[in-house]
Design a protein around this ligand. Structure first.
Ligand code: NAI
Length: 310
């Protein structure tokens, strides 16, 4: 009896149909892993060109995954890619795209107003069974959820870049979130191959709350002239066992990203000294020296291979 009751509960919340809104860096990765794991996926973009771009990037990545598994077996590679690809359909209409969704994962631009407009429309269009999640890095899940009626079926599903490679998924709770919703998020996160951690709706969740102020502290250290960028990086690699130093990591993440996260938090929590944006980073952003992706940040990068791949 217990087994039957359990299975009927889990049936009610089984996530099979997933709609991913936004097919950029994160959304295309989320759509890919969902399709790889057997979900039926609808991917939504603002126009057919961006949809095509997302689909091309997904197929390239699926081929990479398949080649690792099947080596030189081209027939098996093709079959794997075709099967996963056939589970993804594209759409430019968010409202129709959620008509049979068990879960919606939003991965559009990091702008509260734009997210509000989207979720308001989705809340009206989606059936009652549909769970909503945002992949936001720096906005409050509660604030994003404020425009929907289904707050019990809302949460954060925060993936890391690149989604198919990074093992972690942060599941963010809001006070209204039901236990059933949380359990469904957890089961789905595991089913797409992620290790899940849970936290409250706190700025930066777990990883970015610790990482972003740490990177900023390292930059403040070099701004004060306490140590050189190289010495700060070497110190943290050899002294703390980190695979990358904080200055090179900040270059890798991108100064536009970390600076806008800090600016958002600083505006909201002006008294927290850990959230104060760094002057030298602001200057780099002004000069469009965003780090590895533009070839220069605190360090210079002239790795031709990197440029060719990106
Ligand atoms: P991105 O700029 O690569 O992709 C966003 C995509 O959303 C664009 O292709 C855009 O055309 C599309 N879009 C915008 N408005 C839309 C709408 N109303 N309907 C459908 N599509 C729409 O951005 P990225 O990096 O993928 O970030 C997306 C979200 O994921 C943001 O909330 C960000 O904070 C979060 N995130 C980003 C991470 C990163 O490392 N880039 C890591 C974890 C979370």
């Amino acid at each position: 009896l217990v087994k039957r009751a359990f299975s009927s509960t889990s049936c009610r919340h089984t996530i099979k149909n997933v709609t991913v809104i936004g097919g950029g860096l994160m959304g295309s990765g989320i759509a890919q892993i969902a399709a790889q794991s057997g979900n039926q996926v609808t991917l939504v973009e603002v126009n057919p060109e961006l949809l095509k771009k997302a689909e091309t990037s997904i197929v390239t990545n699926l081929s990479r995954v398949a080649k690792k598994v099947y080596k030189d077996d081209t027939a098996a590679i093709q079959k794997y890619v075709e099967e996963a690809k056939s589970r993804i359909q594209g759409s430019t209409n968010p409202s129709t795209a959620v008509s049979d969704a068990d879960l919606v994962v939003e991965a559009i631009v990091e702008n509260l107003e734009v997210k509000h407009k989207l979720f308001k429309a989705l809340d009206e269009a989606a059936p009652a069974k549909t769970l909503f999640a945002s992949n936001t890095s720096s906005l409050s899940i509660g604030e994003i959820a404020s425009v929907v009626n289904r707050k019990d079926r809302f949460g954060g599903l925060h993936f890391f870049n690149p989604v198919p490679v990074m093992k972690l998924l942060e599941i963010v709770k809001i006070p209204e979130q039901s236990e059933e919703t949380y359990q469904a998020f957890l089961a789905w996160g595991k089913s797409v191959g992620k290790t899940c951690v849970t936290c409250k709706d706190t700025p930066g969740f777990i990883v970015n709350r610790l990482l972003v102020p740490y990177l900023a502290e390292a930059i403040r250290m070099l701004e004060r002239g306490d140590a050189s960028p190289r010495d700060i990086d070497t110190a943290m690699k050899l002294g703390a066992g980190h695979p990358m130093g904080p200055v090179e990591l900040a270059d890798y993440v991108g100064h536009d990203t970390t600076n806008s996260i800090l600016e958002g938090w600083h505006k909201k929590y002006p008294d927290n000294p850990l959230f104060v944006p760094c002057d030298s980073t602001k200057e780099l952003v002004r000069q469009k020296k965003l780090g590895v992706k533009t070839g220069e940040g605190y360090y210079k990068y002239n790795n031709l291979k990197y440029w060719l791949e990106n």
